[in-house]
Each structure stands twice: as structure tokens, then as C-alpha cells.
Write a new protein. Structure first.
Length: 180
């Protein structure tokens, strides 16, 4: 009923190594290759000159950028007429963006109909609107100018729109006070 022989071949098995030279090479590679891989990994990890991946947080330049002052203080002399910009210069550098195209309801330069009601309010009302902001226009039109320079720009814009405002006078320098 049962056969003691199975249909499978129980003959000798052959592997890829057939000679003693191949045995020696296989043994050497099985020890040398893992050792070489370990040595290469250790040298990659142990190198001191390589920064952390994707980070220069500890570099001298990065530290200098982090501790630099946030802002600077510059003191302007409000009586320095030579350093002050004219009304046209302030207009061309700051105001032209909105007042040339009429963006956000800004009256266009030399538009007599748009400037008429504003001019009727007077120079002081126009100056306060320019200094403090009005509607979509920020304080000083978003610029960094002295009040006199903003006043000059207001006069320039208003005069182009039909006004006859005189240019604002530069304040006289304050006399130094004596300490008692």
C-alpha cells in the first residue's frame, strides 16, 4: 500500500559554489563587505565638518542674523531744507500709485471736478487727511516723510487740481535752552 520510495529525487544537491577557490572568495566577501559597509557608515556619521541636514542654525552667519537689531533709529533734522523733498518728489515717490489711476477712490492728479470739493475744505483739512489717513489711504499715504514734506505734497496735488495754496514754511530751528 505504501511505497517506500517517493517520486522526488533524493540525489546530491548542487549549489553555486563548485570549487575550493569559490569557497574562499565567498567566505572573504561575507566578512569583508559587511565590515566595509560599517566603516563607511561610521565615517559618514563621524565627520565633524558636515552641518546638520537642511539646517545652518548654528552657523556664525545665522547667529549674527538672529541677534541683529530689529530696527534702527535715524534722527532727521526737520529744518534741513536741503534734505527735504519737494511736493512733486513726494508725489512721484509715494502718492502717484493711487492718485495717477484713481485707485480706491483717490482723486486723480489735475482732476478739477474731483479736487474742487476737497479744496473747498481748506489746506488744513487736506493736510490732516494726508497725515492721519482717510478711507483706503494710510497715514502719510504709507510713506515715511516729515509733516512739512507731506504738506508740500498736499499743496502740489491741490494746486494741480485748481487750488492756489502757498507751500508750507519750514519751521525755524529751536533755540538751544540753557541749563540752570
Amino acid at each position: 500500500m505504501s511505497d517506500s520510495h517517493s517520486p522526488h529525487d533524493d540525489g546530491p544537491h548542487e549549489g553555486p559554489i563548485k570549487t575550493p577557490k569559490q569557497v574562499i572568495v565567498a567566505v572573504l566577501f561575507s566578512f569583508i563587505v559587511p565590515i566595509l559597509v560599517i566603516v563607511l557608515l561610521v565615517t559618514q556619521v563621524a565627520v565633524d565638518q558636515r552641518p546638520a541636514a537642511g539646517s545652518d542654525a548654528l552657523a556664525a552667519e545665522a547667529t549674527a542674523r538672529r541677534i541683529q537689531p530689529v530696527g534702527t533709529v535715524s534722527v532727521k533734522d526737520p529744518t534741513d531744507v536741503a534734505a527735504m523733498k519737494t511736493g512733486e518728489q513726494v508725489y512721484n515717490s509715494q502718492c502717484v500709485a493711487c492718485h495717477s489711476s484713481g485707485a480706491a477712490g483717490a482723486p486723480k492728479l489735475a482732476d478739477l471736478a474731483a479736487w474742487g470739493p476737497r479744496i473747498a475744505q481748506g489746506y488744513d483739512a487736506l493736510l490732516q487727511a494726508a497725515l492721519k489717513g482717510k478711507g483706503a489711504m494710510g497715514a502719510q499715504g504709507g510713506g515715511d516723510y516729515s509733516d512739512v514734506e507731506i504738506g508740500r505734497a498736499v499743496v502740489y496735488l491741490a494746486n494741480q487740481g485748481g487750488a492756489k495754496f502757498p507751500e508750507p514754511a519750514v519751521p525755524a530751528p529751536a533755540a538751544p535752552s540753557e541749563a540752570k
